[in-house]
Design a protein around this ligand. Structure first.
Ligand code: SAM
Ligand code: SF4
Length: 353
């Protein structure tokens, strides 16, 4: 039996493995639109030690009780099944992934799984000062660090309490540990930090980092701020070019959603991620695993496939692989923001960006 259930308005598909046509296991999974899906973004927790205004609402956050989260063993079972289905790259995210207990051991175990070629992490860096070196040793390849402002007071306001000094210490620890190439993410919101775009871009004149500007997305809890505050990448590029001169396009990777450029002569790069105004659905290669064990099929849609229920009903690794292949088959073509379809159920802190 296969059926959809509603959690709020989310269509969650529960799959009993014997009910889905067996998918061939000798080829890496492609979705029904011909896209090869090989990049899994793994949310390790929905909790966070910051409360960024574009990510979480000020009030009313609900965090999943611990028994609802995948245990380490369940998570590793999913990653092994995903690797068998053809996933090659993992990104650990959250919430704040460095809050996950046993993170070092988990990364070690993930890196040992045949097929897993690269593990990256997106983090606010508050805990990296101490963790960067052990994480690198465990097998973490690189990190993306979120920095939305260079002004400590504004940074504290945007993150509702984060310390910019601690983030810089974490970033330098990551660099020293060899977690490279280092990428920095900034979500730009009109009236919040758009006055800092030139100063943020100028970091690439001094450092070989990639600085990525992300259009704010209207996820649950922050849709109002996102809709009022979105600034297109086109506008940001125009502002940066007006000051620094024409940007030089820099080697585009089709699987990378960022359009990449360089200020002439700069050692670093600029990336622009335009999920709202210029979606990259045609080259999408990713799926998301939520901390409570669901495959989230498209960041900006609500559809999910439940792996946790199958695992807790005794599904084997081969059966979980079949459900993952089925989920890939169900992956929607793209998001529906232009038609006014907004994700309603999960916030960004549950989905990991
Ligand atoms: N806590 C980690 C961090 O902040 O880097 C990882 C999780 S966070 C949800 C992942 C990424 O999503 C971050 O780069 C963050 O800036 C971005 N993000 C959060 N809310 C967003 C929104 N509404 N629109 C676009 N990006 C968002
Ligand atoms: Fe936490 Fe990252 Fe969301 Fe900020 S963006 S509240 S650091 S999960």
């Amino acid at each position: 039996m296969k059926h959809a259930a509603l959690k709020g308005t989310v269509p969650i598909t529960f799959v009993e493995p014997h009910t889905i046509a067996p998918y061939p296991t000798d080829t890496p999974a492609h979705d029904s639109h011909g896209r090869r899906i090989d990049y899994l973004r793994v949310s390790l927790t929905d909790r966070c030690n910051m409360r960024c205004v574009y990510c979480m609402p000020a009030l009313g956050m609900h965090f999943a009780p611990r028994p609802e989260l995948l245990s380490d063993d369940e998570l590793l079972l999913v990653i092994r099944a995903a690797a068998a289905a053809g996933f090659r790259k993992l990104r650990l995210t959250g919430g704040e992934p460095t809050l996950r207990p046993n993170l070092v051991e988990l990364i070690q175990a993930m890196k040992a799984i045949p097929g897993i070629e690269q593990i990256a992490m997106t983090t606010n860096a508050l805990r990296l000062r101490k963790l960067a070196a052990p994480l690198k040793l465990a097998g973490l390849d690189r990190v993306n660090i979120s920095i939305d402002s260079l002004d400590p007071v504004k940074f504290r306001q945007i993150s509702r309490g984060g310390s910019l000094d601690e983030v810089w210490a974490g970033l330098h620890a990551a660099d020293a540990a060899g977690l490279r190439p280092l990428k920095i993410n900034a979500v730009i919101v009109r009236g919040m930090n758009d006055d800092e775009v030139l100063a943020l871009a100028a970091l690439t004149l001094q450092h070989p980092w990639e600085f990525r500007f992300i259009e704010v997305m209207p996820l649950t809890g922050v849709a109002g701020l996102a809709e009022a505050g979105v600034i297109s990448s086109t506008e940001l590029i125009a502002r940066i070019e007006a000051h620094f001169g024409p940007l030089e396009p820099y080697g585009q990777d089709p699987a990378d959603p960022a359009r990449r450029y360089r200020i002439l002569g700069a050692p670093g790069k600029l990336g622009f991620i335009s999920a709202v105004t210029d979606p990259f659905c045609a080259t999408c290669n990713r799926m998301r695993l939520t901390a409570d064990g669901r495959l989230h099929l498209c960041l900006l849609r609500d559809n999910e496939v439940d792996l946790r229920a199958a695992i807790r009903n005794g599904a084997t690794q081969a059966e979980v692989e079949q459900i993952i292949r089925h989920a890939i088959d169900l992956k929607p073509w793209g998001h529906g923001l232009p038609e006014g379809v907004l994700p309603r159920v999960r916030g960004m802190s549950e989905l990991g960006g």
